[in-house]
Design a protein around this ligand. Sequence first.
Ligand code: GDP
Ligand code: MG
Length: 177
Amino acid sequence: NNDEEKSDDYLFKIVLIGDSAVGKSNLLARYARDEFYPNSKSTIGVEFQTQKMDIDGKEVKAQIWDTAGQERFRAVTSAYYRGAVGALLVYDVSRRQTFDSIHRWLNELQTHSDMNVVTILVGNKSDLKDAREVSTAEGKALAEENGLFFMETSALDSSNVVAAFQTVVKEIYNILS
Ligand code: GDP
Ligand code: MG
């Protein structure tokens, strides 16, 4: 079947990383199912979710992996990173500590992945305006320093969620096609 062959042309593994409770699972839930969980526990995470996208008239599949809570134990396994070509490196703009962890996650990503992973730095929970602890400028600066894309998102109000995933997928597509 021709259609099937075509749709199998592009399958990109993308991983979600970042501290516990920054909103990784909800970003994926919002992107893949347009859902949000106000009081989510780490157990809501799925192993991965495959999402179809259309780029330049070609069907591209993004296989997006969620940690399902294993980051709480500082033990995201190397299997999680294996074969990844893209990553969303997520912090919570209302918790500086999660922004300070970004260096460690970036290190972990570089250690475990076998190639140059297209990475976007994501400052999530941009809806929490009164609780903000990390400015947009700081996020941008860190991204520039490390050669990362950058976006602020809200899984709650949906802002930039699709755009963040699309940025990564499009860049991977541009590199590999
Ligand atoms: P994870 O541990 O990184 O997967 O984080 P979760 O997706 O489980 O989210 C942790 C908590 O933050 C949950 O209570 C979510 O409802 C909440 N949360 C996630 N994204 C957002 C967001 O964009 N804005 C707000 N206000 N809360 C969020
Ligand atoms: Mg989670």
